[in-house]
Write a protein that binds this ligand. Sequence first.
Ligand code: ADP
Ligand code: ZN
Length: 831
Amino acid sequence: MNGAERADTDGYQYAEVAVPVHVSSTFIYRLSISMRQLAQAGSRIVVPLGRKFVTGYIVALRENLRPGTSLQESDIKEAREILDAVPLVTPELLELTRWVAEYYLAPWGEVIRAALPPGISPTIDPFLSITERGRTELSGFPSNQTPTIKLRLLNLVGKSQEISLATVSNEFGDLQAMKLARALEEDGLVEIRQRSGTAFVKAKFQRRVRLVKTNQTPGDEPGRKLTEAQLRVIEALKAQDSLALPELLARANVSSSSVSTLQKRQMVEVFEVRLRRDPLGNAPFEPHLDYELTKDQEQVLAELDPPLRARAYAPFLLHGVTGSGKTEVYIRAMRVALSLGRSALMLVPEIALTPVFSRRLRMHFGDRVAIFHSSLSRGERFDEWTRVRNGDARIVIGTRSAVFAPVKDLGLVIVDEEHESTYRQQDSPHYNGRDTAIVRAQKESAIVILGSATPSLESFHNASTGKYHYLRLPNRLGNRPMAAAEIVDMREVFARYQKPRIFSDELLQAIEEARQKKEQSIILLNRRGYSSFVLCRSCGESVQCPNCDVTLTYHRSERVIICHYCNHREAAPLKCPSCEGKYIYYVGEGTQQIEEQLKKLFPSLRIARIDRDTSSRRGAFERSLMDFGEGKIDMLVGTQILAKGHDFPNVTLVGVISVDAGMALPDFRAAERTFQLLTQVAGRAGRGFRVGKVLIQTYHPYHYALRHASAQDYVGFYEEEIRHRQNHTYPPFVALASLLVHGADLARVKSEAVELRKELDRANPERAARILGPAPAPLARLKGEYRVQLLIKCRNRRELRKIIDEALKALNERKINLRSINVEIDPVSIM
Ligand code: ADP
Ligand code: ZN
């Protein structure tokens, strides 16, 4: 029963450690006697690796070296230091990150690091607090008996609301304090909670002032009457519990010396409180009314309810057009999860979407909502993470990496817009947030809802084979009609004018109509910048990025040409860099140019542009959207970022300048992407009571993705596309992996790719997998590196991973650096 005693005898000798470096295996380290008592799976540990020390994560503890391994006692190095007294990584997350590492062939240590908030301090100081049970235990103890050492500690903890482990250690010694605290926690008498440490990310404090007494008491020096300024301070504090110091100074219009004088005279008290860095700090908490759910919404919820209550894993695909009430369903399901004492996790595809959703969640759930995404400050991220780890926040909303949020008792996982490619992490570790979310739900017996108006082919396929339960919200709320989409054949426009034009007459006319009716419009283009490339009329050369295999894009506002992959920039040329000819011209249109031309054509319209250039500043994107929502802007011009998740009732026109570039990409998902984009963007029109209009300009009017998108016919598109996938053996009919060899030296990249192919063939003697390549990747050069690609298709997913794993291990043994090989399992794009 006594945890402290047990720890003495149990002391594991060895720790298995995952380190965040590019190797797939874990390492074994010896633990010193004192470390043995502290070591727990999930804690960070400093270990020697090569000539350096690195911080790794304990993934398991061992009593013996595994029998049968070639490891000798003498090979084993000793660990240096254990950083966490309370494991940073929960058992659930150890399990999930292990799955990610195995499935995506990524180093486990790298996955764990990606799962933790960045910049976390090397030491995390835990705090102890007494529980209800602890208090009962204390009060039941006969006062005439000498207390045990455990009870003495309990008593110490009971004296304050919270006490740091460091403080306890002063009295009991480091190891003893930790052991006792653990034992008390096991008995349910105290709670151990994380607090921020001292180094990188710190807890933030605020100085506040409160009134102690309003009048001078007889003890005060007579004759020292309060000054005008001091009286104003007291006046300002009277109505308040307390005020933040800066605010008080502003309100009373005094300098801080007035406050410190009052403090000396013990009339006011200055104290510190821990501040939570709240990413939504300035968001208004609007009151909300509960809608009466529609029949469809009721039905969907009725299906979600039983497995949620039964604590059983159940996957759902919620297929509903934009505006059909999906988000309302999510909120109701979250409420059920909370009422069961469980937590909910919601993933959204874009940072830009989190403010929209988190506001809505805040209205319903207040402080229980935590927000996870990469544009929060490190401090904010750490604070939010801590609130979740401690169980204070039970609803998490965030982008991809929020799938690793340390929520307790997960009941509900939502992946909104599940088809979005942003769920796939582009850098190592290459995991897919959606698929990881499904696995997490499975491991933690939660239900998972994949929501989309245009489900990915894979998910719809899974629903049609019965792997997912299929839920449908077929209608828009209030039965508003979907906007009719018209395809504008730009070949006709070309024939009419005998030259290419950006805007068809149809589109210009529709904009004019919207303008006259004072309705709003959205103009979408898939390309930021001013024009897509710079061409010389004399020699026909285009200006290329020196590092990448792409042309540079002209940005007129700064008069520079920019590479959108590596961000290389140079001044826009006045003459052709290759032939010195001076007839340079610009081909293709970017968002900047479209915006400029529309401003010329419609001077009375208030037009704003939204794309990655304007939205890189935090808040700028949100502000434009808010202004648009409030009618301060008439037209938004932008890239596909505009197609997602916003609800503007006064938008009646959506114009798509051109979709052709996207359809022509050498990627098996090009048609699916185009269909999704157009369907989503069409969903932006006519969200209110007016009928919407969608115009799509194209040179390929008969492409099946366009036809089905303009008819808003998902199933029609699915059936046609799934046949293509089957005929060409692409996912979901095979598992696919892409192996990209990259490096600055082309000859070496090529020879490594050839060696890789040889090893893959050797690992594939039965020819279970089909291996394609090596061949230059569609983007053959990027950021100064050459890229050569191999694709592997296999009907058996496990077999696929085994073949790749074996080949990589063989290469590693031959001392070929695996850093130059990028492995992607289930790539979302093969560009
Ligand atoms: P989706 O997520 O499918 O786009 P939302 O849940 O955001 O749909 O609903 C669209 C709009 O309709 C929102 O403004 C929402 O507040 C409102 N809404 C949702 N459910 C109802 C309902 N049952 N009755 C009335 N309005 C609703
Ligand atoms: Zn470049």
